[in-house]
Design a protein around this ligand. Structure first.
Ligand SMILES: [Fe+2]
Length: 454
């Protein structure tokens, strides 16, 4: 009898210890939801705004070089682009704005502070705003001020400062904040919760020459995700995940540093947690991929970069009796320019300017890659670069297959097809390996969601 008592006592003690452990791992504050059960919800997803304060650059040589050797982001117009986006928000009145990382150009403190002020303007319109960091945002050794011919190293921010600056945009009302990252659980609606995940790996950035580009969701954070999912289940809430890096591969050729390192483990955990939608950024590509396992489908919806052509954002509508409807919308820069009587010619003809800028950057990048391959004549390199720049424009804007087929007749494509395999040829062909034609639309009916849960 005594032995039995000692045994039961021991079990109780072990249970008590493990419960204390749980409480330490997972704390949960009051659940406060603005949107009531059963209401339609509109989410705007604006990713990779790469905002840069105008105090940090001029029209000098160093900044021009930075822009013209980049990937087609219009950093010099990031301020105007975001202001035009705020005008869209004012007109279209979403319930929720999600910004999945790379909020700033290279994590400059000044850019973060100004960007937070812009988010405050949106919040004051009664819109819930949620952010997570991207790989450019924290402890970024590349933070610079560009003054004429000079590059000046300036302060980036720590993870604690990120939490302070963006406290009103997720952290303040979070039901739970992960102890091991800047991830948090947001409950904007009674029936749809947001798992805002920090997939960036900035902890080693101080020791590096540049920010770590790749991402991960650590095992400890995945344990926290499971606790969040249990809480959501107990409250009959669906869970949408948001993170900067990709959960699923979006390319057959380039995935390192784009898809999180432990994606197979994360996919398993997410699917077991009943997560069907993950909203991501980072790749600057408009692309939707899905993964089906054990009858459950999970979608990774990557919205393209707000600051690069075609300067668009995602709109996700949740209708409780129908399902999820995702589409993209290009920022109405023209309307903003007219309303504000802007005289800058680049902004007046913005659609064309942004398109040409992106295409020119693609052309230059492919031309440089072809130079390295050193197999082609100059005329051949020009023809291939021209073809690739057109392909890239459409590919990054989310168009595939049928929308790309007229490229088959171009001189550059014919040269590529006749070439031995090389990176440019393989990358061009990979653009046709997608069964979808348009990655700008997705509808997930509720019946499918329900079937997934069985
Ligand atoms: Fe990124």
């Amino acid at each position: 009898m005594n032995a039995k008592r000692i045994f039961l006592g021991l079990i109780s003690f072990i249970l008590a210890i493990s419960l204390v452990g749980c409480i330490e791992k997972f704390t949960c504050s009051n659940i406060c939801c603005q949107i009531k059960f059963g209401e339609n919800i509109t989410f705007f997803i604006a990713t990779d705004p790469h905002y840069m304060s105008k105090e940090l650059f001029d029209d000098g040589k160093t900044f021009e070089t930075f822009l013209t050797t980049g990937d087609g982001k219009l950093i010099d117009y990031s301020n105007e682009i975001f202001d035009a986006f705020i005008r869209d928000i004012k007109r279209l009145k979403p319930d929720i704005l999600i910004v999945p990382g790379d909020l700033t150009c290279n994590g400059e403190k000044e850019s973060h502070i100004e960007f937070a002020k812009k988010l405050k303007t949106i919040q004051k319109m009664g819109i819930c705003v949620f952010v997570v960091p991207g790989n450019h945002d924290i402890e970024n050794p590349w933070a610079r001020k560009y003054v004429e011919n000079e590059l000046i190293k300036i302060d980036s921010i720590t993870s604690e400062e990120f939490k302070d600056i963006y406290y009103p945009f997720g952290y303040k009302d979070a039901v739970s904040i992960d102890n091991n990252s800047l991830s948090y659980l947001a409950t904007p609606a009674e029936d749809v919760w947001l798992l805002m995940l920090d997939s960036a790996k900035y902890k080693r950035n101080k020791l590096r020459d540049g920010p770590e580009m790749g991402g991960e969701i650590s095992s400890k954070t995945l344990e926290w995700v499971k606790e969040c999912a249990n809480l959501a289940r107990e409250n009959n809430a669906k869970l949408i995940a948001v993170m900067h890096h990709s959960l699923l591969n979006h390319s057959n050729i380039v995935n390192d540093d784009f898809t999180i390192e432990n994606n197979e483990e994360a996919v398993r955990v997410f699917q077991n947690c009943g997560i069907e939608i993950v909203l991501t950024g980072h790749i600057h590509l408009q692309d939707i991929k899905s993964h089906k396992e054990n009858g459950k489908t999970i979608y990774d919806i990557a919205t393209s970069c707000l600051t690069a052509y075609p300067n668009q954002y995602g709109i996700l509508k949740f209708e409780p009796d129908k399902g999820y409807d995702y589409k993209t919308n290009r920022i109405d820069i023209k309307g903003w320019v007219e309303e504000n009587k802007i005289t800058d010619e680049n902004l007046i003809h913005f659609a064309e300017y942004s398109r040409n800028f992106f295409q020119r950057r693609s052309y230059d990048k492919y031309y440089d890659s072809l130079l390295e391959i050193s197999k082609y004549s100059d005329d051949e390199m020009k023809a291939i670069s021209e073809t690739m720049s057109i392909l890239n424009l459409r590919y990054f804007a989310g168009f595939r297959n049928e929308a790309l087929h007229d490229i088959f007749t171009t001189e550059g494509f014919k040269i590529l097809l006749e070439s031995a395999p090389n990176f440019v040829r393989d990358y061009a062909l990979s653009m046709f390996n997608d069964e979808k034609t348009d990655n700008n639309r997705l509808f997930i009916p509720l019946s499918l969601n329900d079937a997934n849960k069985k």
